[in-house]
Design a protein around this ligand. Structure first.
Ligand code: CP
Ligand code: NVA
Length: 307
């Protein structure tokens, strides 16, 4: 084993504290400025990140792979159908083997339990690259984007979440506690966020019956797909249930004039967002997506250097 078993992991946002979250945002901005000057330092030469993807990805895979390369290291991509997990090898056995070879392990999977199991048996830090309950990596980029535009004191802000109470929504709840912003959530009945997360971390959350009440006077409006990966069989039913939860210009007009719109992407135009939202003056989604690269760098830096 290369490391003693006292690693920091990134299973969800609650693995970091408020100061560490703010430090990661600062570091992301620092990496972004350095990249603009082509001056990213080679600080992680010979470091290896193994990424196991049991679900599709564009941004998460490319941002972490690019981040490792730019920092001087290397990333190895494993799809579940190309590795032995798909043939019944235990997560814990996989963790023991991979952590003997790699310095970081990321996993995107349907089960948060698998992320926890991986972490339990790994001697190197684990990164949750998205699971059924959380998408903490995305929140690092979202909070960086909001901080860049609205300033670093997020506690002055009201953020509105409209749509499914899914993995992104749960991560927003965690972020609202850590960074102390007000989070107004509107979901259809039966699609509320995770109950435990809401109970334990929802002190700044207000649940709103109607999307209009959530968005009212908000600084930031955000949403996500109505059907997450793995729930495709519910797609048609969800389209009917979520119909009134589309973010469109009419809904955006209830938010502050200078409100910004975020979406983790991929988006489905005509479903959770109207066709014109992504390219409207409110939208910061391309900046948000590009920031995935810098927040991935900052997270790698945090996990490889923290005590
Ligand atoms: N937002 C996000 O995680 O995108 P990918 O699914 O493309 O990685
Ligand atoms: N909630 C979405 C996020 C995709 C990045 C999903 O889990 O599919």
């Amino acid at each position: 084993m290369k490391r003693i078993m006292n690693n920091r992991h990134f299973r969800s946002l609650i693995d970091i504290n408020s100061k560490e979250f703010l430090d990661i945002i600062d570091k992301s901005i620092e990496f972004k400025n350095l990249d603009a000057k082509n001056e990213i330092p080679n600080i992680f030469s010979k470091k290896i990140l193994v990424m196991i993807f049991k679900k599709n990805s564009t941004r998460t895979r490319v941002s972490f792979e690019t981040a490792m390369s730019k920092l001087g290291g290397h990333a190895i991509f494993l799809s579940d159908d190309s590795c032995q997990l798909n043939r019944g090898e235990d997560i814990s056995d996989t963790a023991k083997v991979l952590s003997g070879m790699a310095d970081l392990i990321m996993m995107r999977t349907n089960s948060h339990e698998e992320i926890k199991e991986l972490a339990k048996s790994s001697s190197v830090p684990i990164i949750n690259g998205l699971c059924n309950l959380f998408h903490p990596c995305q929140l690092l980029a979202d909070m960086q984007t909001i901080a860049e535009i609205k300033g670093k004191d997020l506690s002055k802000l009201t953020i509105a979440w409209v749509g499914d109470g899914n993995n992104m929504c749960n991560s927003y709840i965690n972020a609202s506690k850590l960074l102390n912003f007000k989070l107004k959530i509107s979901t259809p009945h039966g699609y509320e966020p995770d109950e435990y997360t809401l109970d334990k971390f929802g002190k700044n959350v207000e649940m709103c019956e109607l999307p209009g009440s959530a968005v009212d006077d908000a600084d930031v409006v955000t949403t996500d797909v109505w059907t997450s990966m793995g729930d495709e069989h519910e797609n048609e039913e969800r389209k009917k249930i979520f119909k009134g939860y589309q973010v469109n210009m009419n809904l955006m007009s209830k938010a502050k004039n200078d409100s910004i719109f975020l979406h983790c992407l991929p988006a489905h135009r005509g479903e959770e967002i109207d066709h014109d939202i992504l390219d409207s003056s409110h939208s910061v989604v391309w900046k948000q997506a590009h920031n995935r690269l810098y927040s991935s760098m900052a997270l790698i830096n945090f996990l490889l250097t923290c005590e």
